[in-house]
Design a protein around this ligand. Structure first.
Ligand code: SAM
Length: 245
């Protein structure tokens, strides 16, 4: 997958070199290219922002440098999917990550200040798919961290990135049985640590009982932390025991 990122802080993307993402890059699964938006400014101060029309506090990113940057990184008729992080976008979820993971080419545009002049996205929509996505109901200082989060969530779904691909299917929100569930607690050796024992069932070797315990714990944790997710469970897929939990 090719990923281009445009930002005024290219150095934010140093983590692309490490851990899973770094390995995926070295393996040729990910081809990431980071571009400095200021490279498309033409004044002495490399200005990328200006005061908002209509007044108000803060600054807005100017359309000029953004337009030139998008033209240069994705010259027509090239059409990557443009992903713009913004608190006013549609929520970014595991299914958004899966949807984006099936694209061959993503282009991320990192906003700063009060965001990017809206005409940039309107114009880009004329020649490429544009997704405005939000990481949650909070406001970050800029799109860089949001883009790193999205790239990590997307990349771990790409074939060959995770050592054990099956681990994705047991994750919270994984399509299938876990789609509307949070994963329950996990344990490793030793069996007793500071007088706290691992739940017996996990040491039993009884795969059916372990699967049942995991589902019970997932249901309980979801009910505790995210009760609204339970509403989305398909009633036809619930057994008598699920209802008891
Ligand atoms: N004025 C904007 C608003 O109220 O919607 C907030 C702008 S924020 C200070 C600057 C940039 O941070 C945004 O353009 C976006 O790129 C990024 N950002 C902030 N919060 C975000 C969130 N929850 N999800 C995705 N991106 C976010």
């Amino acid at each position: 997958m090719r990923i281009d990122i445009i930002s005024i802080f290219p150095e934010y993307f140093a983590p692309l070199e490490i851990s899973l993402l770094g390995k995926a890059r070295r393996a040729g699964i990910l081809d990431t290219r980071v571009h400095d938006l200021r490279g498309w400014t033409h004044d002495r101060h490399n200005t990328v922002d200006d005061t908002p029309y209509g007044g108000g506090p803060g600054m807005v990113m100017k359309p000029g440098p953004w337009g030139e940057a998008l033209d240069a990184v994705a010259p027509a008729p090239a059409a990557p999917r443009l992903v713009v992080p913004t608190p006013s976008g549609r929520p970014f979820t595991q299914s958004t990550a899966a949807e984006l993971a099936s694209e061959p080419w993503l282009l991320f545009a990192c906003g700063r200040y009060e965001g990017i002049d809206s005409r940039v996205m309107a114009e880009a929509r004329g020649r490429m798919p544009v997704d405005e996505v939000s990481l949650g109901d909070f406001v970050l200082a800029g799109g860089e961290v949001a883009v790193l989060v999205m790239i990590e969530a997307i990349s771990r779904l790409l074939p060959g990135v995770l050592g054990n691909a099956a681990s994705v299917s047991d994750d919270s929100f994984a399509p299938g049985a876990m789609e509307s569930l949070l994963e329950g607690p996990v344990y490793t050796k030793p069996p007793v640590w500071r007088d706290r024992a691992v739940p017996e069932v996990l040491l039993s070797g009884n795969h059916g009982a372990i699967a049942r315990w995991r589902r019970d714990e997932a249901l309980r944790r979801t009910a505790r932390h995210r009760p609204e997710l339970l509403e989305r469970l398909d009633p036809a897929a619930l057994d008598a025991r699920d209802r008891e939990v």
